[in-house]
Design a protein around this ligand. Structure first.
Ligand code: TRP
Length: 339
């Protein structure tokens, strides 16, 4: 008998006006191709973004901008469910239930929390920031997700989601929750900071170290040309000794689909500047249609909001059933509000 397709869940926080090349090559592009084989649910996780206290107007704009970029990249709202996390109330509800099974010590060991907390200082750390990984577990368990595409930096959070799912099953009996598997993006798509090639490209990194997907061609060219390169002049694949060049080669390869080895051959005897000029052109050409499509969605916010409401309706239809199932296991009363 044919099995129903496995369920995929993933999310990106609306914390910037534009996603960056690392988001695109490392995550979004994979999300798009997963749609061919899986039943995908993708979310703009705005409740997560609240943990850093964003300006309300900026948050509102960034939720739309992030959704528009998912669509521009090829997330198909007919094949997949695309929605905004806060529009489905069960995320917050399930978080509370999971809060009551997650250990304080367990949550305290999350390295991302420890890093962020160390930067913020005691007074600025909210309970929400501490609880971020539990909300993430709720996102995943609420859709009985089997697979979760995430970057390497989310591995520990995903491990916590697995632990909590397994704990529900051992406490309340099998079938309480699906234990999700990580789908970690492989090395080729791991894009590093252009100014600090030992670090992952990230919106919290050096501003000149990232390429934003909505950057204009001039800015893109400037960023690529100013990328830190390594001493020496030979274009070779040597991530340990030439991390800057390796990063440029990875980006080039990920954008064009050509193996790094071939690119290195093409540039034998050429200078870093040649590689940079060609790469800048490749990035600009790859992002041009993306930028245009994003603008079309943002030009009609009414229609975009409608599309997101439809997505939230479909997400909630799934989430309501799973939430009720888990809440019942906890022994919570079953009266459902009529709606
Ligand atoms: N924490 C994830 C990140 O920063 C975003 C996220 C929130 C997420 N909820 C999720 C990713 C659920 C996968 C599944 O990348």
């Amino acid at each position: 008998m044919p099995q129903p397709p496995l369920r995929v869940f993933s999310g990106i926080q609306p914390t910037a006006d534009s996603l960056h090349l690392g988001n695109y090559l490392g995550a979004l592009r994979q999300w798009v191709s997963l749609q061919d084989d899986y039943d995908c649910v993708y979310s703009v996780v705005d409740l997560h973004a609240l943990t850093v206290g964003p300006d309300p107007a900026a948050l509102r704009q960034r939720v739309r901008a992030t959704a528009a970029q998912f669509l521009a990249a090829g997330v198909d709202p007919d094949r997949s469910i695309l929605f905004v996390q806060s529009q489905v109330p069960q995320h917050a509800q399930l978080t509370w239930l999971l809060n009551c099974v997650a250990g304080f010590g367990e949550a305290s060991r999350m390295t991302q929390f420890k890093d962020k907390a160390a930067k913020l200082g005691d007074k600025a750390i909210t309970v929400g920031l501490f609880d971020y990984p539990v909300l993430m577990a709720a996102d995943i368990l609420l859709y009985d997700a089997n697979l979760v595409p995430v970057g390497e930096d989310q591995r520990q959070h995903l491990e916590l989601s697995r632990t909590l799912a397994a704990r529900l099953n051992s406490r309340f009996g099998e079938g309480a929750a699906v234990v999700p598997e990580p789908l970690i993006v492989k090395a080729t798509a791991k894009i590093h900071d252009l100014q600090e090639p030992s670090a992952k490209m990230s919106k919290t990194g050096h501003p000149a170290g990232i390429i934003e997907l909505l950057d204009d061609p001039k800015t893109i060219a400037k960023r690529v040309k100013a990328a830190v390169t390594d001493s020496g002049s030979e274009i070779a694949w040597d991530p340990a000794n030439k991390p800057g060049i390796a990063n440029l080669l990875s980006i080039y390869s990920a954008l064009t689909g050509r193996p790094v080895g071939q690119i290195v051959e093409d540039y034998s005897g050429k200078l870093y500047g040649h590689l940079k000029a060609d790469l800048a052109e490749a990035v600009i050409e790859a992002l041009r249609p993306f930028r245009e499509r994003t603008a079309l969605y943002l030009d009609d916010p009414g229609q975009l909001d409608q599309l997101l409401r439809t997505g939230a309706g479909r997400a909630e239809a799934l989430a309501r059933v799973v939430y009720q199932r888990i809440a019942a296991r906890f022994g919570l009363a079953q009266g459902t509000a009529s709606r």
